[in-house]
Design a protein around this ligand. Structure first.
Ligand code: ZN
Length: 439
């Protein structure tokens, strides 16, 4: 699956990221203990909420997660290198030429074979990371059947997207060997727009059921908040993620007519109303502040820069190793593992920049959520629940923060919730002018 996603690797990974980063960090739920709420807000609303120390289990999840991340990152480089240096990629291309004949079919056939092979090679690691480990830490509720069908559907979606779009960069490589990186980077923008647009209506529903909210009283409170945020009605959906996980989440997806806020049913079950309203305030911040557009613009620049770096290095590598690779041009579809390998390396290098920008946007969404709800205490307890119930480490190491954190650390978020109260000092709100009066 990783390999399939690595097709246009940057583009797809980043398009997933747009969505993933629109949401607060996932939360693990306690088996039965700490039920939602605590002390009435009126008594404690001004007291700071302390950041708890991480549990032993959380530290174990964090440490083993770091090891797993290193293994997955190395694996993601090893597999395409294997296809290249053994000449396997060239052999697959030769086979695709024999059966495909026409250029478009050769590209599609090559892609189908290559993706299926990498899918199989990645499967043990994906099974461990996505199923075994999540169950071992009691984060997952997924049956093996659901995991398998989701994984296969993911493969099929990747294959369809690849066949539909992979010919474009290869056509550009052939027609414009000197400027293909720029044209491909520019084409990635409409490609990402289409992906973001169709994701909530055609892709996400393949995996889960999306419905209007069941709790009508809660829905009314959320819609009242949405109206104050200037969001037109009915754009809130509930999704049955409890079938897959105990984690809690919410996110913004789509563009224009497909734009919506999605609340996982696990969040509705586990957070109390004021905590949920803050989470929704945060998501509404992403929605109203146009964060999807900002991320798209910012990442497009990174994509073009990474493609330029690929352009500058790929030719040199091909010259040096063409006999082992079995091809002598980047426009040859057998170069796909080389493109993936180089894109993985450059996306790794620019990752800290991409994540720093994401953390900035998340911080602004937190500010928006606090300003519109003014529920500092509920916001802070929501983040503490994310931490304690999700095995999260509130103040992770610097390398973790730089390469893996798309959100401010939970410790920083709780601190901010405790301290950010401009309305108490009669200072102007940063996003106040965006709020509407609602009767
Ligand atoms: Zn967010």
């Amino acid at each position: 699956m990783r390999a399939v996603l690595l097709l246009f690797s940057f583009c797809l990974i980043l398009s997933m990221r747009v969505e993933a980063q629109q949401s607060p960090a996932p939360v693990q739920q306690p088996a039965s203990t700490t039920q939602p709420s605590t002390v009435p807000p009126s008594q404690t609303a001004t007291e700071p909420v302390p950041v708890p120390e991480p549990s032993e289990k959380a530290l174990a999840y964090y440490r083993s997660g770091n090891v797993l991340w290193v293994v997955e990152t190395m694996w993601g480089l090893l597999i395409p290198a294997l296809f290249l240096f053994t000449g396997l990629s060239a052999r697959i291309r030769a086979w695709a030429q024999r059966f495909g004949k026409k250029w478009f079919f050769v590209i599609s056939l090559y892609f189908l074979i290559f993706s299926t092979l990498t899918f199989v090679l990645d499967l043990p690691l994906d099974y461990y990371a996505g199923y075994v480990r999540e169950h071992a830490y009691e984060l997952s509720t997924q049956t093996f059947g659901k995991w398998s069908s989701d994984t296969l559907k993911g493969l099929l979606v990747g294959l369809v997207i690849g066949v539909l779009f992979l010919w474009a960069p290869y056509l550009l490589l052939r027609k414009s060997p000197r400027r293909w990186w720029l044209y491909t980077g520019l084409l990635a923008i409409p490609f990402l727009l289409v992906m973001i647009l169709i994701q909530p209506i055609w892709i996400a529903p393949l995996f889960n059921k999306f419905e209007p909210m069941k709790d009508k009283a809660l829905e009314a409170s959320i819609l009242r908040l949405a109206e104050r945020a200037g969001i037109e009605g009915g754009r809130v959906f509930e999704v049955n993620k409890s079938e897959d996980t105990k984690r809690v989440n919410a996110y913004v997806a789509g563009l224009g007519a497909t734009k919506r806020i999605v609340l996982w049913d696990t969040a509705i079950a586990k957070l109390d109303e004021s905590e949920l309203l803050f989470v929704m305030g945060h998501e509404m911040g992403h929605y109203v502040l146009g964060h999807i557009w900002k991320l798209l613009f910012f990442y497009s620049i990174l994509i073009i820069a990474a493609l330029y770096a690929v352009h500058r290095t790929a030719g040199w590598l091909i010259n040096r190793y063409k006999h082992r690779f079995g091809f002598d041009q980047l426009a040859d579809i057998a170069s796909l593992p080389l493109l993936m390998l180089l894109l993985s390396i450059y996306s790794f290098l620019v990752m800290p920049i991409a994540l720093a920008y994401s953390r900035h946007i998340e911080h602004e969404a937190d500010r928006f959520g606090l300003e519109i709800t003014q529920s500092n205490h509920a916001a802070a307890t929501a983040f503490v629940k994310l931490q304690t119930e999700n095995l999260a480490v509130p103040r992770p190491g610097l390398l973790f923060k730089l390469w893996r954190e798309g959100h401010p650390t939970l410790g920083d978020r709780v601190d901010f919730c405790n301290n950010y109260r401009p309305w108490e000092k009669n200072e102007p709100l940063v996003y106040g002018p965006l709020f509407r009066d609602v009767k």
